[in-house]
Design a binder for this molecule. Structure first.
Ligand SMILES: C[S@@+](CC[C@H](N)C(=O)[O-])C[C@H]1O[C@@H](n2cnc3c(N)ncnc32)[C@H](O)[C@@H]1O
Length: 226
């Protein structure tokens, strides 16, 4: 289990410092989430993937009695959430952690029994749009792809440690990549360190004109999931 840190809304400067000014995310299915919550009038809301706090702000606004526990593995997201939720700070607790550790987080925070739980899986727009995060082939940046850059190693290091069969398995099963074998062989030979290097490598291996999407799409999807 990873070590966790509570992040008081709009206070801890180390988290706020990692925040990007352009952190923006349009919450998905917001009306549906609000409609579900309205039926329950929740008092203790747990958000397992608080991100920049889009759903959180709307739920806190709609339920003025509710306490809110927001968890995210991405410190930059928590910084953004802290700023975005500043007006609700007395009712908000933000925790740097894994949704898989939810039971332990609830215990550590002494939060009581939640009566509404939200999990909005996936990457955030922020993670995809900031070059330094290395999630997207649209921008050149280090091949990182960690949601939590404080832990583990980046994607470039992981790739450099893998052999062709295991890399091909990842590309095939997590990216549905038809050319998994040739792409994996090129990755193992060239050990790309940047997003553009990986994208160019894939484009050089996959025959042109076979698909409408950028040939690098499936490889990036597989690496993000992995
Ligand atoms: C789609 S965004 C959430 C956006 C948020 N609902 C909002 O309205 O701003 C998904 C978030 O889940 C976080 N995340 C993904 N997997 C996680 C995990 N296993 N534990 C904790 N957070 C996770 C990501 O870091 C990201 O910030």
């Amino acid at each position: 289990m990873m070590p966790r840190r509570a992040v008081p809304a709009a206070s801890q400067t180390d988290y706020v410092a990692t925040m990007q000014p352009d952190f923006a995310h349009t919450p998905v299915l917001l009306d549906e989430v609000l409609a579900l919550a309205a039926r329950r009038a929740p008092k203790r809301i747990v958000d397992c993937t608080v991100g920049g706090g889009g759903h959180a702000a709307a739920l806190l606004q709609a339920h003025p009695q509710a306490l809110y526990l927001g968890i995210d593995r991405d410190p930059a997201a928590l910084g953004a959430a802290a700023r975005h939720l500043a007006a609700f700070a007395p009712r908000v607790r933000l925790v740097h952690g894994e949704m898989g550790d939810l039971r332990q987080v609830l215990q550590d925070e002494d939060f009581g029994q939640p009566d509404f739980l939200l999990a909005d899986f996936g990457v955030s727009s922020h993670q995809l749009d900031v070059a330094e995060r290395g999630f997207s082939f649209r921008f050149d940046g280090p091949l990182d792809m960690r949601m939590d850059p404080t832990r583990g190693c980046d994607a470039a290091t992981l790739i450099a440690r893998m052999d062709v069969p295991s890399l091909a398995h990842v590309l095939r099963t997590l990216g549905d990549e038809r050319f998994a074998g040739p792409v994996a062989r090129a990755m193992v030979a060239q050990k790309p360190r940047t997003t553009f290097a990986l994208a160019e490598l894939v484009r050089g291996v996959i025959p042109k004109g076979l698909q409408k999407i950028d040939p690098a799409t499936r490889t990036f999807q597989a690496q993000r999931v992995y």
